[in-house]
Design a binder for this molecule. Structure first.
Ligand code: ZN
Length: 389
């Protein structure tokens, strides 16, 4: 009997090890498809202009959720450090996802639904603490970005302060292959309802946080939740503390009532890290014209996402149409890239295909200055003004 048990446990352990070796790649490839694979071709004049951009930035990328080594150039996934260098990227926002309800949809999700990330973390063989704690997942992914940066020598830096960003900008002036990223959290359920965890996340390097993701939580209602409610008292406390710490509030995925409540409460400019606009593609996850105007009034920044759930089925032209709508409504200075790379979405191109986006922007009549602003100058200005000292 004892021998049988040893064989059973041994076999299960081997099977589990095998699962952690094979399953993550399969899931990842299936979850993060790319419509058109690299290499991407644009005209010489577009390429020359693209290469002349000194600051390209993107406000949303979920790559830390997955297991592939971001220091290696992979033939799957949508972002990694070598591809960021190849694409002339200055800064990418690495946003941390900690919980994803089974049957996730844009209309209505329950906080009690089975959590797919528990299963993913199990299959990835992530530390046991990650299986059961949302905060630990955020802690793990924060540490992972720093570990990857350390592995990558001095070519990638994690941005935590204004001076980190200034340093990166000055390094890029002599070596444009220098790149970096900052940490965000997608959904403040990662706090596990513990107010002290706001400071802990800040200490881990998190500089941006969205109150909710796909379901309602302790802070209030999600755009895809059930209650539709605004900020709770706990939510107000968290926003106030984020203001004090100079942690940027991200309005992506929160309910319309929450957008109003956060804008009324915060005394700092906000970001919408990845979104579309209702005027181009009507969806619960997208911004109404009223909210675009309110965010512009707040001095905020709107990252336009790249996937069909945000911009419709129109591919690259639809991304640019969404940008055009924001420009015509409030001005070009409020627009940034908000790809949602590696966010379990279909994108038209991986990060090395941003040249195609620039080509389309020219096609739709954007000026060089406008393209420069959207591709990263707006994000650079915003971060220099809003990151802590
Ligand atoms: Zn998202």
């Amino acid at each position: 009997m004892k021998k049988f048990l040893i064989i059973l446990i041994g076999s299960l352990a081997v099977l589990y090890l095998l699962l952690t070796q094979i399953a993550p790649d399969i899931v990842e490839k299936q979850q993060n498809p790319i419509a058109e694979l690299a290499p991407y071709q644009v005209s010489d004049s577009v390429q020359v202009f693209y290469d002349s951009l000194t600051f390209i930035g993107d406000l949303h990328c979920d790559a830390l959720l997955w297991d592939r080594d971001l220091t290696k150039h992979e033939d799957f996934g949508q972002v990694d450090f070598p591809r960021m260098q190849q694409a002339n990227i200055a800064v990418e926002a690495f946003t941390i996802v900690t919980k994803s309800p089974a049957g996730q949809n844009f209309e209505e999700n329950s906080a009690d639904a089975f959590d797919n990330i528990t299963l993913l973390n199990f299959a990835q063989g992530r530390p046991l603490s990650n299986w059961f704690s949302l905060f630990k997942r955020a802690e793990y992914q924060s540490g992972k970005l720093q570990d990857l940066a350390d592995d990558y020598g001095d070519k990638f830096s994690v941005i935590r302060t204004k001076s980190d960003l200034e340093m990166l900008i000055s390094k890029r002036a002599s070596d444009p292959s220098y790149t970096g990223g900052f940490l965000g959290v997608e959904g403040a359920h990662a706090l596990e309802g513990d107010f002290g965890n706001v400071d802990r996340l800040f200490d881990l390097g998190v500089r941006m946080m969205a109150p909710t993701h796909f379901f309602d939580n302790e802070l209030g209602g999600s755009a895809h939740g059930i209650s539709g409610e605004g900020l709770t008292e706990f939510g107000e406390q968290v926003i106030d503390r984020m203001n004090e710490l100079e942690m940027i509030v991200d309005l992506a995925h929160i309910s319309p009532q929450m957008i109003d409540d956060v804008l009324a409460r915060t005394n700092r400019p906000v970001i919408v890290s990845h979104t579309g606009v209702d005027a181009v593609f009507d969806s619960p996850r997208n911004l109404s014209d009223e909210h675009i105007q309110a965010i512009a009034e707040n001095g905020g920044l709107i990252g336009i996402a790249f996937f069909p759930g945000a911009v419709g089925e129109g591919g690259t032209p639809a991304i640019v149409q969404s940008m055009k709508h924001v420009r015509d409504l409030v001005g070009v200075e409020y627009i940034a890239l908000g790809s949602d790379y590696d966010g379990s979405v279909l994108v038209p191109f991986d990060i090395t295909g941003l040249t195609l986006l620039v080509e389309e922007m020219f096609k739709q009549g954007f000026t060089r200055d406008e393209i420069r602003a959207i591709m990263g100058e707006n994000m650079k200005r915003f971060l220099l003004e809003n990151l802590p000292e």
